[in-house]
Design a protein around this ligand. Structure first.
Ligand code: IMP
Length: 196
């Protein structure tokens, strides 16, 4: 079965393909000729995921899913949350989507706190056969005081999932997918699609 994943991120596409397996042909935005920047202007993860999926359905007429992820840090009242990708940029401290600047800002903000609890939360919105569905995946963990590892992307070098002594950037893709926020949300999506 062919389905569009509304992303241009090759890393995410590979992660999701690995989880959904051979049964699904997951194509990205580039594969359907969508080169425009899809608006993400909602103030919740759910809102942004739905906005992206609806855009693809409206403009390309294809069933599709889209995701949005936020890092929710307890001591920061749930920030950066829906602003995770542009955390440093919105604070005037870095280029758009710069993981380096984002992690630098996060580590600085947390310097004065002992509580370093955080969680990644992913919401996937699916538009399928005329209906809308939401799937959520959560990965609890802590923010380290410095960066470790070389794998992954984004905040992986500073996020250590609960119950592990290594951060995401020190795990293989398989290890991370099995416990990650996006992995969990994608498992729920896969179960739904396989049963429908
Ligand atoms: P997006 O909604 O998936 O684009 O995620 C928003 C931002 O969260 C990204 O720009 C990354 O900085 C961060 N992020 C999302 N997923 C991960 C992950 O698995 N590891 C580390 N950072 C992530």
């Amino acid at each position: 079965m062919k389905i569009v994943f509304a992303t241009n991120n090759a890393h995410k596409l590979a992660e999701v393909r690995q989880i959904l397996g051979q049964q699904f042909q997951v194509v990205g935005l580039a594969d359907i000729g969508c080169t425009e920047d899809i608006p993400e202007t909602a103030d919740t993860l759910e809102g942004n995921a739905l906005q992206k999926a609806r855009y693809v359905k409206e403009h390309y007429g294809l069933d599709c899913f889209a995701d949005d992820t936020g890092l929710e840090v307890e001591a920061l009242g749930g920030a950066p949350g829906v602003h995770t990708a542009r955390y440093a940029e919105l604070a005037g401290e870095g280029d758009s989507h710069s993981s380096d600047a984002n992690m630098r800002l996060l580590l600085r903000k947390l310097e004065k706190y002992n509580n370093r609890n955080a969680r990644f939360r992913t919401v996937i919105a699916l538009l399928y056969q005329g209906e809308e569905y939401l799937f959520e995946g959560i990965c609890e963990g802590t923010i380290l005081t410095e960066r470790h590892g070389t794998e992954g992307f984004g905040y992986d070098p500073v996020f250590q999932p609960k119950g592990y002594d290594r951060c995401f950037a020190q795990m293989t893709a398989d290890e991370k997918n099995a416990i990650s926020h996006r992995g969990r949300a994608t498992q729920k999506l896969a179960e739904f699609l396989k049963n429908s």
